[in-house]
Design a protein around this ligand. Sequence first.
Ligand code: NAD
Length: 264
Amino acid sequence: TSGLMAGKRGVIMGVANNRSIAWGIAKACRDAGAEIALTWQGDALKKRVEPLAQELNAFMAGDCDVTDLASVDAVFTNVEKHWGKIDFVVHAIAFSDKDELTGRYLDTTRDNFTRTMDISVYSFTAVAKRAEALLNDGGSLLTLTYYGAEKVMPHYNVMGVAKAALEASVRYLAVDMGGRGIRVNAISAGPIKTLAASGIGDFRYILKWNEYNSPLKRNVTIDEVGTSGLYLLSDLSTGVSGEVHHVDCGYHTVGMKAVDAPDI
Ligand code: NAD
């Protein structure tokens, strides 16, 4: 991939630590020659993100909590001052109260429903809106989703409803931004042990289930999501927009438990 992203600059939002999916994408883009800007959420995560930014020679674009739209504005103002124009943005942000990522969807509270939708869905549109002015023609936006948007997954609950809305946002944004060749896509990643995933009930069971039943008989890595993200952010995919691309070792194609899958 060396040189694939030469001359391209992008903002990557959602690195919490070196297990984050956003980190896998950041590394792949940097390896391909892109210049990267990172955001972080709050001082505690800044301590983790700073050394990672140094590793990639990345610009620390700002503390960004998407519930505070002024902080989103500030990030894009900083990026404009630093670079002027950009070529891509990665949105790898989601949140729901972990007490509601277990049990029944039926028990979701209005407060957490609204908060989950705000942080995990609206923020992508808010970011796209602010990025639009800075994006070069042919730019690319990427967000992260999960199969729980399409099918009912144990414990995923309100986050599944949010991811369904996020995937619909991808299609609407793809139309709104397509005139200048700007593309909007999502990667539907298989389960990966990250900070956010640790909030989901029985996550170890979900990992094992996917490992035993996916066509590739294993789980996907952040580096694999990274290189698939690289494809969607690069000029290799100029004909692809409004797409939800599964990077899940093929799990979404399977209809039932494998006959040779061990008990979990
Ligand atoms: P992660 O914990 O490493 O990243 C989640 C990020 O969201 C963190 O950087 C956190 O700071 C950020 N975030 C949460 N609330 C925020 C807010 N209010 N403002 C700004 N940032 C906020 O976990 P991850 O698994 O890498 O998650 C990245 C994305 O991938 C999420 O959208 C997640 O739903 C999605 N995803 C994860 C998996 C998985 O199994 N890990 C599978 C499919 C999709």
